[in-house]
Design a protein around this ligand. Structure first.
Ligand SMILES: [Zn+2]
Length: 306
């Protein structure tokens, strides 16, 4: 996986149009996607911060993290820009969509809805150009903060209600695993060596953040454990077992309810009408739940490498 990006977000509007036809409901769905996506981005960012905390030093790499989630219109199709402006106030400047509770951005006084003007001595536009990442502007800005030495202060200029203000941001060292949202109706979560990708379909399917944290925690565990595709059935099954256990501990350490999260597997199992086609590397949902239910709920936090 080359890394799913928010570049695909423009697709959401197109899908809504196709499925909704010309009905009033369809029109409504078309207009509502920016707000829904904004809420999804904030939900994913909060989860990312908490799982990073829980993973501690066990991650393969560390970055400077401000607990800041950013959206930028360059990730969307140009035809969607007017709708983004009217629906969620996204215009030419990147917007803060969420700040982690207790994180550096919140402590610096940054709030959701703030527009980002500059980081350090550079305007945001110059940073995006320098990093050659137009469609991935939000990622480029997070990378810019990620490169600040943890514990040192960087001045961030924001615009709030038309007023400019400069806030002192002091990022902390954090697990570098990135939780990325991608637009797909399928209930999906997967990972590569650095990113965990979770679909908008998974966010819609997960009834609680506990369920979402179980799915994301499992993928975080794969990244932490350096799991790769391939290998024999026994090896794959061991990797999946370890990721299930490690993921459950991670979400517990992140403050999510483990028992409540496990209902995700129950509900996935109930929907798994193609279960007989499942790869032999994966246990049945029932077996996976049974294994996890007997694990001790508590353990040391942050979670050590599995
Ligand atoms: Zn897995």
């Amino acid at each position: 996986m080359a890394g799913p990006t928010r570049f695909a977000f423009g697709l959401v509007a197109a899908l809504a149009c196709i499925s909704g036809g010309n009905s009033a409901t369809g029109q409504q769905a078309m207009l509502e996607w920016p707000a829904r996506l904004r809420a999804d981005l904030a939900r994913v960012a909060a989860l990312e911060w908490r799982l990073r905390e829980a993973a501690g030093n066990s991650c393969p790499a560390q970055i400077s993290d401000a607990g800041l989630a950013i959206d930028d219109r360059r990730a969307y199709a140009r035809r969607d820009w007017p709708l983004l402006q009217s629906a969620v106030g996204l215009s030419e400047l990147p917007v803060v969509v969420g700040v982690a509770t207790g994180g550096p951005a919140e402590q610096a006084g940054v709030r959701a809805g703030d527009e980002l003007v500059s980081i350090g001595s550079d305007p945001v536009g110059a940073i995006v150009t320098r990093r050659g990442a137009s469609a991935l502007a939000a990622d480029a800005l997070l990378d810019e903060i990620g490169a600040v030495q943890a514990g040192s202060v960087v001045a961030v200029e924001i615009r709030r209600g038309g007023v400019l203000m400069t806030l002192p941001l002091k990022p902390v060292q954090h697990c570098a695993i990135r939780l990325v949202l991608f637009t797909d109706r399928g209930v999906e979560a997967h990972s590569d060596t650095r990113n965990v990708a979770i679909s908008t379909g998974m966010l819609a399917f997960a009834r609680t953040d506990d369920e979402l944290a179980l799915a994301a925690g499992h993928e975080f565990a794969h990244v932490i454990n350096g799991d790769r595709r391939g290998g024999g059935i026994a090896k794959r099954r061991n990797m999946e077992d370890a990721a299930d256990e490690h993921g459950l501990r991670l979400m517990g350490c992140a403050g999510y309810d483990q028992a409540s999260g496990l209902t995700l597997f129950e509900r996935l199992g109930a929907n798994d009408w193609l279960g007989f086609l499942r790869a032999p590397t994966h246990r049945s949902w029932k077996d996976r739940i049974a294994r996890l239910r007997v694990l001790p709920a508590a353990g040391p936090c942050p979670v050590a490498k599995g």
